[in-house]
Write a new protein. Structure first.
Length: 203
């Protein structure tokens, strides 16, 4: 379907998600949902991230006039069956890394997309294998402040990339938004990537 470019809104304040979409050719508007995540509960981490993405979408979509696409995401690391969001202190981040080093976790990202013709939702999971980092490396990494700002206390596209040995699944999902998933959701609603706008300019 081609009706001219459709407004595209990212319902997230995540710099990593915005950078990922921009690098892929989109330049979305950003509207932060303000959802109180502490009030959302689920039986499993995979279910929780999807419910949080749904809640963020609902909070932002009602403020956006149609026609428009609104994308909301939520990410969380599942480690030993426990959901790990952002650590609440440097000490907590360091402890997490001492537990995670040399082991693996599952990064879940819930995606919720509303378009002019309907709504789609999908959760994507990627297994992350962490390096057996030293205590000194953990201390330096935590001191950088980066682990305190991201789900699971690590990044793959920043300083934490040094400590991720490999992944099984979608790289972009670990950053916070799965590009192939968003493409599939857009197509399921009867549109193409070329319908989304505005796009970033390439020189």
């Amino acid at each position: 379907m081609t009706i001219g470019r459709v407004r595209f809104v990212l319902a997230s304040g995540s710099p990593a998600r915005l950078a990922t979409l921009r690098a892929a050719g989109l330049d979305p508007e950003v509207v932060v949902s303000g959802v109180d995540e502490s009030g959302v509960e689920a039986a499993a981490p995979r279910e929780l991230v999807q419910l949080l993405a749904d809640a963020k979408l609902a909070a932002v979509a009602e403020r956006i006039e149609q026609p428009a696409f609104v994308l909301a995401c939520d990410s969380m690391l599942e480690f030993d069956g426990v959901p790990l969001g952002k650590p609440d202190s440097a000490a907590a981040a360091a402890q997490r890394w001492r537990e995670m080093r040399g082991r693996s976790g599952i990064l879940h990202t819930g995606h919720a997309l509303r378009g002019p013709s309907g709504t789609g939702r999908c959760t994507v999971s990627t297994t992350v294998h962490f390096a057996d980092v030293t205590d000194a490396e953990i201390e330096r990494y935590v001191a950088s402040g980066e682990p305190l700002t991201v789900a699971g206390a690590f990044t793959i596209d920043g300083l934490g990339g040094w400590f991720v040995e490999r992944i099984d699944g979608d790289h972009h999902n670990v950053v916070g938004v799965s590009l192939p998933t968003v493409r599939a959701m857009v197509r399921a609603l009867g549109y193409e990537l070329a319908d989304l706008g505005p796009t970033t300019r390439r020189t």
